[in-house]
Design a protein around this ligand. Structure first.
Ligand code: AP5
Length: 192
């Protein structure tokens, strides 16, 4: 299974991708996690990305594509993947298509987790208190939501127009959302 998980900041992409990875036995590729690992390791790329991420802006398409090509060169992606946090603009959507075409692959579905902004702000305020992620401050969250509306919303339309989009209600318990995603991608659990 090759999945692209879309949704606003705090819509639950990372949470659900972690579950889907175990269920579908394919790697979870989170561009946010890859970038945070670079920041934590203090690499030149991490140093470049750190301030951009804290502000809630997008890191350059060039850096992202390099990271993604590197990750997709590993054998574990051959059987499938769950891509979380990419693409975030139309240029990245085109780059993903080109990368997959080069690898002789296509993704099966783009799943959009829908959560209203009020709930997102509550969730990220909770995570700011619990984990102190640099970009969960109220100003950064507001900015991330604007960046999402301006740059990522066109990607949703692009996949919708191409008949590749599946919308899933992201509000509910973790189990409820998980089962909705499985049903949407035709992998619903059957009782033995
Ligand atoms: P990234 O890490 O991708 O952040 P994001 O998209 O803003 O997503 P989050 O991790 O905040 O949210 P999520 O949807 O994964 O939700 P989660 O499961 O964590 O990117 C961070 C930054 O990196 C970007 O701003 C950018 O700078 C850079 N970047 C990354 N990719 C890039 C790209 N392609 N191009 C350029 N730059 C890029 O859940 C959030 C919270 O809600 C958690 O506390 C969770 O416990 C809780 N929660 C989850 N589900 C539920 C539920 N059903 N009910 C209640 N609470 C829930």
């Amino acid at each position: 299974m090759r999945l692209v998980l879309l949704g606003a900041p705090g819509s639950g992409k990372g949470t659900q991708a972690a579950r889907l990875k175990d269920y579908l036995h394919v790697p979870h590729i989170s561009t946010g996690d890859l970038l945070r690992a670079e920041v934590a390791a203090g690499t030149p790329l991490g140093l470049q990305a750190k301030e951009v991420m804290a502000r809630g802006d997008l890191v350059s398409d060039e850096i992202l594509l390099g990271m993604l090509e590197d990750r997709f060169s590993r054998d574990d992606t051959k059987a499938g993947f769950i891509l979380d946090g990419y693409p975030r603009n139309l240029a990245q959507a085109a780059a993903l298509d080109a990368l997959l075409a080069k690898l002789g692959q296509k993704f099966d579905a783009a799943v959009q987790l829908e959560v209203d902004n009020e709930q997102i702000i509550d969730r990220l305020a909770g995570r700011a208190q619990a984990e102190g992620r640099a970009d969960d401050s109220p100003e950064s969250v507001r900015h991330r939501l604007n960046v999402y509306d301006q740059q990522t919303a066109p990607v949703i339309k692009f996949y919708r127009d191409h008949g590749q989009l599946t919308i899933v209600d992201g509000v509910g318990t973790l189990d409820e959302v998980f089962h909705r995603i499985l049903a949407a991608i035709g992998q619903a659990q059957t009782t033995a």
